[in-house]
Design a protein around this ligand. Structure first.
Ligand code: UCC
Ligand code: FAD
Length: 590
């Protein structure tokens, strides 16, 4: 019969069950702590305006942006160095979704909000950081060019070039443009084959003067992200007429250049290849040959590292936002999934062991979140009329601290979040694996954990007594929290941590001065982590005292249950260094 013949082609049955997927909700309305913090830090009228903008933006993330970010991951950039006829074309192909994301960044003012002179410095930076935080996990890494764009504006303004220097002024105006078709973005080319941490030791790029401020650059930039940018800040060594250049940090100067001219031709640059990376696959990161790229010097000669540090200090805050936003996103999805996934006859959410796992992730994430908002507050204060030199000095310390701590915490935490989805967490089509892949870059780029721990020591030796300012700030936070009796234990633990840190740091510095085989740098990471954890403990206490909510209180208590300070005097000693060497190199044949 006809039915019999047709049934030969029936669809295979794959069972009647399909697991409901986790649902992304408006990330602003999904995050009560963000709202509470904004309410606490902002004047009421500003809060109302910003809250409205964030709520609208959160809807846009769900309805439009998240899918664009996903498509950017699926349609990765590629490079065609030559055309079919053998002409060198260096044609970089990015997907339309990537370009659209960059336009949305301009339209939404993700960078320009931070520079809106009509709004007070504190308010505008808080709004910007909140917006970036919501955007980041859906942004398809367009946050990377945005970070560098912010850093470039900050650098050119700090160096006094805005309204003073034609090319810098045009650049800033384009970088802050809200017109998606006209807005520029910036790159940041520091890393070379010999070194990305030790920039001065690695820099083999040479600058030959043409006339006045104009130079031609020759070198090889090993990692250049968001290479579809319009301008870049980069470092090079000036060579004199005899071919001599100053070695080391003092030989490096800062240059600003267009990547392409008005006709779309590369400016003495060849894109040698795109990096094949573990993550950040949406982002075109190239190796570049500079062969006579025209550039203008924008720092005093030899002040390149100090100049570009302005950029680093901004991009490091953006990086911390990406780390914490990734943590928040995986928790948010895992929380939703826990109400949809049944295991052993119950919803995941009804198994206390599963909820305990999520709660632990919440505690760490909320702590890191408060630290990014502390950095945003300090950044805003330094740019506000009310800012003091103490705010700047404290920001100098908090920037490497938040970058290194959040970057380090986010990788294992997001990995735990992936596990909450079981095998599905490992499956590419769910989009979940990219959250972990993209997290792994945050402790590496913009300064690795160790390099930033050493930067914390550099911050200690600045003009201001940063260590005392840190103690002062912790005491201020604890004083704000002091009135709440349930916080007594938390406060005692933070105070105790502070005393421990003070005492070990004092002993180590004294001993190092007397030259008795003590190396403060050997313990830099332990120092940095202790500062981060003490700071977070105090911020959580302040938050709990302000809101008086049982959740904020619990989070503060739980965070301080783990040791805040893990710093032994032994960490600084030659004795420990010798033992480390023995452990690491046991049986190593070389
Ligand atoms: O990795 C990159 C990724 C780009 C993608 C963007 C993503 C953004 C996130 C997006 C989220 C999704 S770009 C490359 C990043 N590279 C680094 O971060 C380099 C890491 N290495 C360091 O940070 C090192 O500590 C160096 C290169 C800064 C150290 O160099 P030196 O040669 O040892 O430097 P010195 O001699 O210690 O410092 C030279 C001057 C000093 O000033 P003066 O001369 O006035 O005493 C320092 O105080 O620079 C000053 N300085 C700083 N000032 C050094 N670091 C800083 C700082 N952080 N802040 C202020
Ligand atoms: P190394 O400096 O060789 O570091 C290797 C290890 O040694 C690290 O664990 C580090 O902590 C440790 N170490 C180094 N010095 C010390 C020390 N003194 N004490 C103790 N430990 C130490 N760079 C750019 O300039 N522009 C870009 O756009 C850019 N984009 C990037 C994109 C991606 C995806 C990646 C992965 C990197 C990018 N980078 C970029 C480069 C990045 O900034 C560097 O890779 C990074 O700063 C580390 O430098 P390195 O690779 O030379 O590592």
């Amino acid at each position: 019969s006809s039915i019999g013949r047709a049934s030969l082609f029936a669809h295979a049955k794959t069972g009647g069950f399909a697991q409901p997927a986790p649902v992304l909700r408006n990330p602003y309305r999904d995050d009560p702590l963000l709202d509470r913090v904004l309410k606490r830090l902002l004047p009421r009228a500003d809060y109302d305006k910003i809250s409205h903008d964030l709520s609208k933006f959160g809807d846009r993330i769900v309805s439009e942006i998240d899918e664009l970010g996903r498509q950017a991951e699926l349609n990765q950039p590629r490079l065609e160095p030559y055309d079919a006829w053998g002409n060198r074309v260096d044609n970089l192909i990015v997907c339309k979704e990537w370009n659209r994301l960059k336009e949305i960044c301009a339209e939404e003012g993700l960078i320009s909000i931070g520079y809106d002179e009509k709004v007070d410095g504190l308010t505008r930076r808080l709004q910007q950081v909140a917006k970036l935080y919501l955007f980041s996990p859906s942004a398809g890494l367009s946050t990377c060019p945005m970070a560098m764009t912010d850093g470039c504006i900050k650098t050119l303004k700090t160096l006094g070039l805005y309204d003073n220097h034609r090319f810098s002024t045009e650049t800033v105006n384009r970088l802050v443009s809200r017109d998606g078709k006209k807005a520029w973005t910036s790159g940041q080319w520091m890393t070379e084959k010999k070194g990305g941490s030790d920039v001065a030791g690695g820099c083999d790029t040479y600058a030959v003067q043409e006339k006045e401020n104009f130079y031609r650059l020759y070198g090889y930039k090993w990692f250049s992200s968001a290479i579809d940018a319009d301008v870049a800040l980069t470092l090079a060594r000036i060579v004199d007429k005899q071919g001599n250049a100053v070695e080391g940090t003092r030989g490096l100067s800062l240059f600003l250049l267009r990547i392409k001219d008005d006709n779309g031709h590369l400016n003495g640059i060849q894109m040698i290849k795109l990096k094949n990376k573990l993550g950040t696959k949406q982002l075109p990161t190239a190796e570049l040959l500079l062969d006579g790229a025209q550039a203008e010097i924008v720092s005093d000669p030899g002040r390149g590292v100090a100049g570009i540090a302005n950029m680093l200090n901004i991009t490091r805050i953006h990086n911390s936002i990406a780390s914490v936003a990734g943590m928040r996103r995986i928790i948010s999805l895992a929380r939703d999934y826990s109400t949809r996934r049944t295991v052993f006859g119950r919803l995941q959410a009804d198994w206390p062991l599963h909820t305990a796992t999520l709660a632990k992730m919440e505690v760490e994430t909320r702590g890191c979140f408060l630290l990014i908002f502390e950095s945003a507050r300090l950044l805003g204060m330094t740019e506000s009329k009310q800012g003091t030199s103490e705010d700047s000095a404290l920001l100098r310390l908090v920037t490497p601290i938040v970058k290194l701590y959040a970057g380090k915490q986010c990788v294992p935490l997001i990995s735990e979040g992936i596990e909450c989805f079981g095998g599905q967490g490992y499956i590419e089509d769910t989009g979940l694996p990219s959250i972990l892949r993209d997290a792994q870059v945050t402790p590496i780029w913009e300064g690795t954990t160790n390099v930033l721990s050493l930067d914390v020591l550099r911050a200690f030796s600045g003009k201001e007594d940063v260590v005392s300012l840190f103690y002062k700030r912790i005491n201020e936070l604890l004083a704000n929290a002091g009135k709440v009796s349930e916080l007594k234990d938390v406060i005692a633990k933070v105070e105790n941590g502070l005393k421990q840190l003070q005492s070990q740091l004092g002993k180590a510095t004294q001993a190092a001065k007397s030259g008795s085989g003590v190396h403060v740098d050997a313990g830099a990471r332990d120092i940095a982590f202790s500062i981060a954890r003490i700071y977070i403990g105090a911020l959580l206490a302040e938050q709990a005292a302000d809101s008086k909510l049982p959740t904020d209180l619990q989070v503060a208590i739980r965070f301080c249950e783990s040791p805040l300070v893990q710093l032994e005097f032994d960490s600084f000693t030659q004795h420990k260094i010798d033992k480390d060497n023995q452990i690491v190199f046991e049986n190593y044949a070389g």
